[in-house]
Design a protein around this ligand. Sequence first.
Ligand SMILES: C[S@@+](CC[C@H](N)C(=O)[O-])C[C@H]1O[C@@H](n2cnc3c(N)ncnc32)[C@H](O)[C@@H]1O
Length: 368
Amino acid sequence: MSAVSLETGLDVFDQARADAFGERFVGALNEAAMTVMASIGHRTGLFDALESASALTSAGLAHRAGLNERYVREWLAAMTAASVDEFDAAAGTYRLPPEHACWLTRASVPNNLAVAAQTIPLMGVVEAALIDCFRHGGGLPYDLYHGFHQVMAEDSAQTVVHALFDAILPLVPGLADRLDRGVAVLDVGCGSGRALLKLAERFRRSRFTGYDLCVEPIEQARAEAVRLGLGNMSFEARDLAEHPPEGPFDLITAFDAIHDQRDPAGLLRSIARALAPDGVFLMQDVAGSSHLENNLAHPLGTYLYAISTAHCMSVSLGQGGPGLGTMWGEELAHRMLVEAGFASVDQTSLPHDPVNTYYIARRGEPRT
Ligand SMILES: C[S@@+](CC[C@H](N)C(=O)[O-])C[C@H]1O[C@@H](n2cnc3c(N)ncnc32)[C@H](O)[C@@H]1O
């Protein structure tokens, strides 16, 4: 707390507070730099290569990962300075302790934090265009975010796909049985379709449809369906604001795909209309409050508001949407679901995915 001068009533400069903030910010520079390097470590396979050996020289790691030694050595120096890996100066070797590897390698899925680290440099990709929006308003097109759908697919593999059968489907009693018997399923904003592909593989008698605005992830999803020989599914690139889903569907899912839409309220209404009378809408969206003051202790508050600024809010505004933002919050989400025509809306959280809330909405009887 800053002191207030009794004479002037104005804030007195608190030097200790200033020093502490400066120190914290220097730490933030180091931590931010570490996440960018962690993103590179993930994308190049360096963490995986380092984990699979007890200790390696920079040349040994570069050889194992098929990369340039000079770049690998500098990356290792950054990772050593960040205490991510350990350096034996006498032997000239580097080691990734297992207690760190369990958060950073492909073998550590669904706990691989290096997947999320990729979102930090992704924000930098659009920084210049974003600054332009700060000056002139408007929003950003999806095309600017090179690599976004790949990162999103990896993230979805950890939070959704990994927990689909053991945690997410059981949220709706009897759902797995209905899928087993054969129902019609739609995933809106499906991205690369990993969740839907997993469902289609398991429930061969059900029919699965995925819609997403962007062509690139839809083409990937289609190719994967062909590769897996799944004839019970189809993917289509469509703007759901212009071409709402036509039902009836027994299950509609939206995994992290409502708040950044062009017309979230319209999409929720069209989902309610497209559901069969006994159908279920399962929506996973970011956990938190609609009110900033309630999110101050949120463990990922800064990160989520930053992602919102650099992506979720801006892509919605870029489509002429309302730009609800990542932290549109549970109060607003609940209200919009009710206003869209859902007679019952339950929400819950799952231990494996503290970042998101899971909503189960049913049309039920029309409200009078
Ligand atoms: C945060 S991503 C989630 C993707 C996917 N559900 C997942 O979990 O990986 C949101 C998705 O919504 C899609 N989207 C945004 N606006 C859309 C629109 N107007 N119509 C259809 N899809 C849209 C985006 O292309 C993006 O793939």
